[in-house]
Ligand binder design. Structure first.
Ligand code: HEM
Length: 393
């Protein structure tokens, strides 16, 4: 996780510098920039391929080439995933296929080629007793290779797993980051509260010098992430099936039994906003996650709330829960802490608009969302953001 921490800090610093340059006109697209940071962190964590951050104004899906780059191929495949679910990519490679569709086909084809090449290199390294690239892919190939020797997994399945990790890790974290950044921009008090934690813990050291051991100490930053996940969990419900036996669940006064093999769909956003478990359930209140030692207002004496089991599970739970949970935690805390260490986020207000008016507009923007694949804002660019250096604020 040290690598995720360091790479996220590096990417965030580059994003901040781009945002500061763009601020006079308003940051063009926070959601896309958050996605670029997440994409670059994933690429370097999984494949040890490093990319420089490119801001949304200069990174257009239509300009991406389908050639060599893993990042560009993955971005294209990701962007057109619904097309690829309907039409397998091998049908999009023929000379008669129109330009745009053919580009999608080649992106998917190249992605498979790149992943196959990386897997082959990692396998060769294992056979030669070498350490491999050291990314997540090395551990994955070693584990999968070990299992495959028992005949469990084919190359296709291995590639499927690698793709799934990249796919599942991209917009989940990126979408939460976008919600989080827009929400804090509307709450100057929360930014002050976070800044207090950041300066206390880092003693004003430059972001590049922050060691990974700081991560678990950033409880307020983590609280902002948790509160954002409570209201805007990217996966809003979990398609599941009961096992071989009857399952019993208590609903209010009633004990309900569910037969074996029944599809169930626990709505996690419903549970996470249930007034039985959460006060002011629809209000974004990061401070609800911080519990203080009696009578103390010191940053170091704060602890995180542990919600009652079954009342908060954005990564699901149990053996099938999210394998990227820790990556998303480290990444989100790093982005927030690095951003607010040196900068403040502002919302460009409309003529005559009050602080309360801005807060309402932010709430509206975040609540105007869809969960077509994952929960995301319909129109994040309706809020114009500025990123200003703290010293110039
Ligand atoms: C805030 C960020 C994230 C959230 C809220 C989230 C949430 C989830 C949820 C709810 C599931 C379904 C678990 C189940 O079916 O019981 C899941 C699965 C998964 N997640 Fe995440 N995830 C996040 C980030 C990541 C990241 C960063 C990665 C990779 C680095 C990742 C990789 C995966 C994988 C591989 C699966 C398994 C998919 C499967 O078995 O079908 N996730 N995640």
């Amino acid at each position: 996780m040290k690598f995720v921490w360091q790479e996220t800090l590096r990417q965030t610093c580059a994003m901040i510098s781009y945002w500061c340059d763009q601020s006079a006109a308003g940051i063009p697209n926070v959601q896309r920039d958050a996605r670029t940071v997440t994409m670059n962190v994933l690429a370097s964590t999984v494949f040890r391929e490093t990319y420089d951050f490119v801001g949304s104004a200069n990174l257009k899906v239509s300009n991406l080439s389908t050639a060599e780059s893993f990042r560009d191929a993955l971005l294209l495949v990701h962007h057109y995933i619904i097309h690829l679910m309907v039409i397998p990519y091998r049908y999009l490679l023929g000379p008669w296929v129109p330009g745009k569709l053919s580009k999608i086909g080649f992106a998917a084809f190249n992605l498979e080629q790149i992943m196959t090449k990386v897997v082959a290199e990692e396998k060769a390294a294992i056979e030669d007793g070498k350490p491999g690239s050291g990314g997540l892919i090395t551990s994955l190939v070693r584990t999968i290779d070990h299992i495959s020797k028992r005949g469990a997994l084919t190359l296709k399945e291995m590639l499927g797993n690698i793709f799934l990790i990249n796919f599942a890790g991209l917009d989940t974290t990126a979408n939460v980051l976008a919600f989080m950044i827009i929400r804090i921009a509307g709450e100057p008090d929360i930014q002050d509260w976070l800044y207090e934690e950041i300066t206390t813990l880092t003693e004003g050291r430059p972001v590049q010098d922050w060691e990974y051991e700081l991560f678990p100490k950033f409880k307020r930053c983590y609280a902002v992430f948790l509160e954002t996940l409570r209201l805007y969990a990217p996966v809003t419900g979990l398609p599941k099936m009961t096992g071989r036996g009857m399952q019993a669940i208590q609903i209010g006064e009633q004990l309900v039994t569910i037969p074996p093999g029944t599809d169930v769909f626990p709505m996690l956003l419903g549970v996470q906003t249930d007034p039985q478990h959460w006060d002011d359930p629809f209000v974004w209140k990061p401070k609800r996650w911080i519990v203080c030692a009696e009578g103390s207002a010191e940053v170091d004496s704060e602890a995180l709330l542990v919600p009652r089991k079954g009342t908060f599970f954005p990564w699901a739970e149990g053996p099938q829960g999210c394998v990227g949970k820790k990556v998303s935690q480290v990444e989100s805390v790093a982005v927030l802490a690095a951003l607010l260490a040196t900068n403040r986020m502002h919302i460009k207000n409309k003529p005559g608009e009050t602080e309360d008016g801005i807060r309402k507009r932010v709430e509206y923007c975040c609540d105007d969302n869809n969960s077509n694949v994952l929960l995301q804002m319909n129109n994040p660019t309706q809020i114009e953001l500025e990123c200003v250096e703290t010293s110039k604020d």
